[in-house]
Ligand binder design. Structure first.
Ligand SMILES: Cc1cc2nc3c(=O)[nH]c(=O)nc-3n(C[C@H](O)[C@H](O)[C@H](O)COP(=O)(O)OP(=O)(O)OC[C@H]3O[C@@H](n4cnc5c(N)ncnc54)[C@H](O)[C@@H]3O)c2cc1C
Length: 507
């Protein structure tokens, strides 16, 4: 059987042989080849634009779905919806597809849409500046290449730079350790004493697999997650055939998933009492799987469901109920050469530590050191002024720069691919509008941006992420939510469906 790594190696496109000293001139540079960058590239082609490149720091495409290869890695929005609307598929093997299938899907879309050959792999954008005299961006990559472009579209993603906790003694630990997002498949967990630190979306997917292999599993939990019952199952063959053959069936099924997910937005945004029945269901999920009342209590969150990402699994709680698992909710004080030691002084000897401690959510942008017309680079500018954008797509001071899955366009309840697609359509309209009048420069008006930000922050202040009694990666260090879109996704569709020229300075 061919492994994911073999398939990836076979499809990996070599770095293009480009003359080192010559800059590459293109109309559009897209940064990143995940759902965002590939979707943008596909739509540029569809609209007849060929003068673009995709710069990707890694050696293969896929973003999130290239990086995360841990056992059990899968999407948590059904694949019928967690896929492009312009490239729907009826033959997903399961309702929630696994990582290799999603990575394969992205590869297929890129091949089919003629995007693969437009990707320059191994080109990490490390710096850049806006040239006012040329009305162009100059971008530099870590391999010494320069790209000069009229427009830059960032698809750098938010969830791919692993966040390692700062625990005293990390360097003293002599066993094996790795982060879930860079899973070390050479480490044999069979019979080992394994510690998992963290209980977020990745952990609940891989913990059941680790528990089966490990001699003992010690799970270090800071805050429990709400986990709803969820049985992933193979899509019955007749249904797959129907979805495959009849486009309308596929569209209807996709819409059913979409509206089912949308119904949650009401409870998340200001009507959190509506989430109580869902909490009851999650409590039942604990009760039916966990025998020990003390463990049940440890696993029951005290915050409102939805405040952190709502998770789903039928295997997670049984894995924690197993004989070889210990759940520790004391905070970790330090690591020694062979143990995790808690603040209460208990030492847990371990051979392997797996960090399931999430991602540097804003670091994708922090590393995007592009100097705008304002004279500052983006991270410095946003650190000084706060992260402000218009629609999560454009930001004042940075002409001709567009974001995909930018600030406040993430979701807690539906597929972000929907959001990405609205952004792509909006950017296409902006570029076409400029081309239509022979303009070369576009910058959002600061007043428009301010109005947008005030409005969404007002709405977010009523949302469960602010009022639900938890801290989460949705909030920045000041407690401001710079991550989530506060509302229904169709409201975002409505907000972005027209490109309003009056909101921009166009020259
Ligand atoms: C395990 C996991 C499961 C998820 N499941 C879901 C789900 O079910 N539903 C959902 O809606 N969302 C889910 N998400 C969120 C997921 O990140 C998004 O759905 C989506 O994949 C983001 O795509 P993207 O293209 O914007 O970013 P990414 O997939 O992160 O891709 C960004 C790309 O940009 C490249 N890049 C970054 N910086 C540079 C640079 N400076 N120069 C060149 N290249 C650069 C990266 O290498 C990467 O390839 C999940 C996330 C994880 C981690």
């Amino acid at each position: 059987m061919t492994s994911t790594a073999d398939k990836r190696a076979a499809r990996t496109v070599k770095k293009p042989e480009i003359q080192q000293s010559e800059p590459t001139f293109v109309k559009v540079v897209i940064i990143g080849s995940g759902f965002s960058g590939l979707g943008m590239a596909a739509q540029l082609r569809r609209h007849g634009y060929n003068d673009f490149v995709v710069l990707e720091k890694a050696d293969s495409l896929g973003g999130t779905w290239r990086e995360n290869t841990y056992p059990g890695c899968a999407c948590d929005v059904p694949s019928l919806m967690y896929s492009y609307s312009f490239e729907t598929r009826g033959d997903w093997s399961k309702v929630w597809s696994s990582q290799p299938e999603i990575e394969g899907y992205l590869q297929d879309v890129a091949d089919k849409r003629g995007v693969t050959q437009k990707i320059h792999f191994g080109q990490k954008v490390v710096s850049g500046y806006w040239s006012e005299s040329e009305s162009r961006w100059h971008l530099n990559t870590d391999s010494g290449r320069e790209y000069i472009a009229r427009y830059v579209v960032s698809g750098v993603g938010a969830l791919h730079i692993p966040n390692y906790p700062t625990i005293p003694g990390v360097a003293d630990f002599t066993g094996q350790s790795f982060h879930s997002a860079v899973w070390d498949h050479n480490v044999d967990l069979r019979g080992k004493r394994v510690a998992v630190i963290g209980t977020g979306a990745s952990a609940i997917q891989f913990v059941p697999h680790v528990q089966k292999d490990a001699g003992t599993l010690t799970l270090f939990q800071r805050t429990p997650a709400w986990v709803l019952p969820r049985k992933n199952f193979a899509v019955p063959s007749p249904f797959r055939t129907l979805l495959n053959k009849i486009g309308l069936a596929r569209i209807l099924a996709r819409w059913a998933v979409y509206w089912g997910a949308e119904s949650l937005a009401f409870g998340l945004n200001g009507h959190s009492n509506l989430m109580r029945p869902i909490e009851k269901l999650a409590q039942w999920n604990i009760a039916r799987s966990v025998d020990d009342p003390e463990l049940r209590e440890k696993l029951t969150p005290t915050y409102r469901i939805g405040c952190k990402r709502i998770l789903g699994s039928n295997d997670y709680y049984p894995a924690l109920n197993a004989q070889n698992t210990t759940v520790v909710d004391e905070s970790i004080a330090k690591l020694t050469s062979d143990a995790v030691v808690t603040a209460e002084g208990t030492s847990y000897p371990v051979d392997v530590i797996i960090y399931a401690t999430g991602f540097h959510v804003t670091d994708g942008f922090d590393q995007l050191a592009l100097k705008g017309a304002c004279g500052k680079d983006l991270p410095t500018h946003w650190h000084e002024t706060g992260i402000n954008t218009h629609l999560g797509i454009t930001t004042a001071g940075f002409p001709n720069l567009f974001f995909l899955l930018g600030p406040n366009t993430g979701l807690g309840h539906n597929s972000v691919v929907f959001m990405i697609e609205q952004q792509i359509k909006y950017i296409m309209k902006a570029i076409e509008a400029l081309d239509g009048v022979g303009a070369q420069r576009i910058e959002v008006r600061p007043s428009v941006q301010q109005e947008f930000n005030s409005a969404i922050q007002r709405r977010l202040s009523k949302g469960v992420w602010t009022n639900g009694g938890c801290t989460s990666w949705y909030l920045d260090s000041q407690g401001v939510n710079r991550t989530v879109w506060p509302g229904f996704t169709w409201q975002y569709w409505r907000a972005t469906k027209d490109f309003r020229r009056s909101e921009y300075e166009i020259a």
